[in-house]
Design a protein around this ligand. Structure first.
Ligand code: ADP
Ligand code: MG
Length: 258
């Protein structure tokens, strides 16, 4: 055993036979996967392969029609049947999500953006929520920006606020859907650095990204999706140097040639 190897815990996210269609288009064709506590899983694959839909089914933003999605032991989807509204709202607080577009409230300050959900959904007082929010803003390197409005921030700063906002709910798992794809190239690094620090802190993460450097360095497992299926999964060293599937090789060549 390598003593420096990260120790994982019980599965945080368990997905079995996940299927989802939009009309006659089947977008997810039976996904089986588990994310263990403290694991960082990076999902890669061509555009349209179902990566975003997969993530959205893991936090109830989309309704899966087949299969089971279990989050910290609770069944969000049970054999194609979605959990009821009240349970769903509770469960969503366990799953933090960061999107390509930051979706900050423009009329609220940075601090208010970060404290809103914990006050409304976790029942924190303003004081408690602000203490947590200031700690998180410091963690993402934005302690000095608490009282400004989002319009004054760069894209990289906005995305770091969005990460702090998701963390403020104290989620069990964080989902990231192409968090740096909308950013100017010089701003990508600061967001990836925050995500890397989060991974080092032991956060369980499921990340869709085209940033292969991040995947190589931070992922414990890389999952390759194509046409609604996971075609292979393994440690980054294996996926990037000796992929089994021809489609993985084609995809990686196309991404690296960008
Ligand atoms: P990815 O994130 O890998 O690019 P998506 O999950 O966004 O893939 O999309 C997978 C497929 O589902 C694509 O063919 C896309 O056009 C289709 N799709 C995604 N969302 C919808 C929707 N709301 N209605 C209809 N089709 C959709
Ligand atoms: Mg997508």
């Amino acid at each position: 055993m390598n003593p420096t190897k990260k120790e994982f815990g019980a599965p945080i996210l368990k997905i079995e036979g996940l299927g989802k269609s939009y009309g006659s288009l089947q977008v997810l064709k039976g996904i089986d996967f588990e994310v263990e506590a403290r694991q960082v899983v990076v999902v890669i694959g061509p555009s349209g392969s179902g990566k975003s839909t997969f993530l959205r089914c893991c936090n109830g933003l989309e309704t899966a029609e087949q299969g089971t999605v279990e989050i910290v032991g609770k069944k969000l989807v049970d054999h194609g049947k979605m959990m009821g509204e009240s349970g769903l709202n509770q469960l969503r607080t366990d799953v933090g999500m960061v999107f390509q577009s930051f979706n900050l409230f423009p009329h609220l300050t940075v601090l208010e953006n970060v404290t809103l959900a914990p006050r409304k959904l976790r029942g924190m007082t303003r004081g408690e929520a602000e203490t947590v929010a200031r700690e998180l803003l410091a963690k993402v390197g934005l302690a000095a920006k608490a009282d400004v409005f989002p319009s004054t921030l760069s894209g990289g700063q906005k995305q770091r606020v969005a990460i702090a906002r998701a963390l403020a709910m104290q989620p069990q798992v964080m989902l990231f859907d192409e968090p740096t794809s909308a950013l100017d190239p010089e701003l990508v690094g600061e967001v990836l650095q925050v995500m890397k620090a989060l991974a080092n802190d032991g956060m369980t993460m499921l990340v869709v990204t085209h940033e292969m450097g991040f995947a190589r360095e931070v992922a414990d497992v890389v999952v390759v999706m194509d046409q609604g299926r996971i075609i292979e999964a393994g440690p980054p060293a294996q996926i990037f140097t000796a992929p089994r599937e021809a489609r993985t090789r084609e995809f990686l060549q196309a991404v690296i040639a960008r």
